[in-house]
Design a protein around this ligand. Structure first.
Ligand code: NAP
Length: 312
């Protein structure tokens, strides 16, 4: 079978760290092109300065992975859908819900696959947690997502601009896990967003949720100014007293003291395996729930101000 010729648009940290190796290790794909305004790219692969140039010159391209900052995704994705390409969107899939919903409508009108990826959902421990929690009554859920922005986003300025998401860039990973594992709908009940005086995006956020399936305390605490080892943890208590801990970004699940699930083939290899299935079956997978929780936190949240933040 001929491999699916794929291009990567937006050649930065995640493209280089995860997308290139995952494409190269998946025999169903062939990396055919990259797009970078600065001329960066993978050795031996054609590189273009814009997605327009790539679409004009690469007639046999079948799919793209869009790994730019979210603020420019919609225009690029729309052009690629109109060119008939299958689309993989890095998280978050856009800046607004309307953008992503419109892309889903455009894709539905054509024989192409649109895949809004949430990499943290691709851990076997997350799947195991969803299975263990299905139909259960939740007494409480505490999400702690603390990391150091200087470590994970060195030199990136777009993350602090409007549409850059600030602390919700990592926080949305936690919300993507919550959306996947929580047995019932989650609503934002209260939010506090903390903006450094000199930034357009929050550096910390505290959320409280409500759910039709739990009257307990459901909370999330996101902090991007955390020193030391990251804390990416869920602590869930069931009404029967059982304790679940989903730790290290969703990679290990403990029920009580027993390790129930861990490991796997890696988040991004799993994403590309699912992309193959979607393309083969001409299906889309569009999940906007994590983005909706962020939007609702902005809509309902109180804003407070922190001292200026310098990351240089
Ligand atoms: P990044 O290192 O800043 O890379 C993004 C790249 O997009 C830049 O190198 C830039 O390359 C290109 N770009 C920027 N503006 C563009 C525009 N207007 N048109 C076309 N290309 C543009 O960012 P990243 O860390 O890879 O993050 C990208 C996305 O991946 C984000 O949504 C993030 O949430 C997600 N992600 C990141 C990580 C991580 O660990 N960093 C992990 C998982 C997911 P040129 O300037 O050369 O065009």
């Amino acid at each position: 079978m001929r491999p699916i010729r794929i291009g990567i648009i937006g050649y930065g940290k995640i493209a280089e760290d995860q997308h290139v190796p995952s494409i190269r290790n998946n025999g169903r794909f062939e990396l055919a092109a990259t797009v970078s305004r600065q001329g960066k790219g993978a050795p031996g692969i054609r590189s273009f300065a814009s997605h327009h140039e790539m679409l004009d010159q690469m007639e046999d391209l079948e799919a793209v992975a869009i790994c730019t900052p979210p603020s420019v995704r919609y225009d690029i994705a729309r052009d690629c859908i109109e060119a008939g390409l299958h689309i993989l969107l890095e998280k978050p899939p856009g800046v607004t819900l309307a953008e992503v919903e419109h892309l889903a409508c455009l894709a539905a009108g054509r024989e192409i696959s649109l895949f809004t990826t949430w990499h943290a959902q691709h851990n076997p421990a997350v799947t195991a947690a969803a299975e263990r929690l299905a139909g259960q009554s939740i007494a409480s859920m505490e999400i702690v997502w603390h990391e150091d922005v200087r470590k994970w986003h060195p030199g990136q300025q777009w993350i602090w601009e409007p549409g850059g998401f600030g602390v919700f860039d990592p926080g949305i990973n936690a919300l993507s896990i919550a959306a996947r594992i929580f047995p019932g709908e989650l609503f934002v009940r209260e939010a506090e967003l903390i903006f450094p005086e000199n930034k357009q995006a929050p550096i910390a956020a505290r959320l409280r949720f409500a759910s039709s399936s739990s009257g307990g305390e459901l909370s999330a605490d996101f902090n991007w100014n955390h020193q030391g080892k990251e804390e990416w943890n869920f602590h869930i208590r069931l009404s029967d007293g059982t304790e679940l801990k989903l730790i290290e970004g969703g990679s290990r699940l403990f029920v009580g003291d027993e390790l129930q699930a861990s490991g796997g083939h890696g988040e991004y290899p799993s994403i590309y395996a699912e992309f193959v299935d979607l393309i083969d079956e001409r299906r889309s997978h569009v999940d906007i729930r994590p983005l909706r929780l962020v939007a609702d936190a902005y809509l309902s949240g109180r804003r407070s101000t922190a001292p200026p933040f310098e990351d240089g």
